[in-house]
Design a protein around this ligand. Structure first.
Ligand SMILES: *Cc1c(COP(=O)(O)O)cnc(C)c1O
Length: 234
């Protein structure tokens, strides 16, 4: 494992290459550096190298780092979010990637009103692989409930997120990325309202982000490849 700077530059170059292979403009892809379990000092190091988008999967860790680090960081909540914790982050995050029920979206709406947050960008988490251990709505649930999500005033549905199953070979999970893209296209086509854009896709992690970009990812969530392996025992 080299330095974080090398890991970052190497990831940024891989993003550019994958976008170009797919005939996409690399600026359409945002790297979200996932620093979960890692100290704020490491995030600060990446911040000093120009990174502004950081992902966390736990509310408490996100708010602790939020307090400690510069305020122009765009924080992305990428982990399962309990309704009773929405109030701690609704005015701190740039985007919630992991909205997995209508009830949760309604709680976010209510807390946004309370905290006077004009709008909050969210993605709907979809379990495209059908793996039981995964959070997220089924594509059918999304289709059934999308109008109710889109009716929310302050919660803005910007697109979809998925966590693919672990695979040694990213080609195994490419079909899931294709399905998420297709779901977004289908829903976009069904909405009559021109102001609605559900085209953002959060998909791809350290092992599979290049395939995800080739299939249309707007956000890739990369932890290990930049920060190194996580030690959950600490
Ligand atoms: C931890 C995590 C990531 C980053 O995973 P790596 O394999 O370390 O890149 C991405 N997305 C979610 C939802 C995560 O929890």
């Amino acid at each position: 494992m080299g330095t974080m700077k090398e890991g970052l530059e190497d990831t940024q170059q891989a993003i550019i290459n994958a976008a170009r292979r797919a005939g996409r403009d690399p600026s359409e892809v945002t790297l979200v550096a996932v620093g979960k379990t890692k100290p704020a000092s490491m995030i600060r190091e990446l911040y000093d190298l120009g990174v502004r988008d950081f992902g966390e999967n736990k509310v408490q860790e996100l708010t602790a780092k939020y307090e400690e680090l510069p305020k122009d960081i765009r924080w992305h909540m990428i982990g399962h979010l309990q309704s009773n914790k929405v109030k701690y982050i609704v005015d701190k995050v740039a985007m919630i990637h992991s909205v997995d029920s209508l009830r949760l979206a309604q709680v976010i709406e209510k807390e946004a009103v309370k905290k006077d947050v004009d709008h909050i960008d969210v993605l709907l988490e979809v379990n495209v692989s059908g793996e039981e251990s995964k959070y997220g709505m089924t594509p059918a649930e999304v289709e059934e409930q999308i109008d109710q999500f889109l009716d929310l005033k302050r919660v803005r549905i910007r697109g979809f997120m998925t966590v693919a199953p672990f695979a040694e070979d990213p080609e195994e999970v490419r079909p899931y990325f294709k399905r998420l893209k297709q779901l977004s296209v289908d829903i976009q086509n069904k909405t009559i309202d021109n102001n609605i854009d559900v085209g953002l896709l959060s998909m791809g992690m350290s092992g599979d982000f290049e395939a995800a970009i080739e299939e249309g990812a707007s956000f890739v969530r990369v932890g290990t490849r930049i920060f190194g392996a996580r030690n959950y025992a600490l």
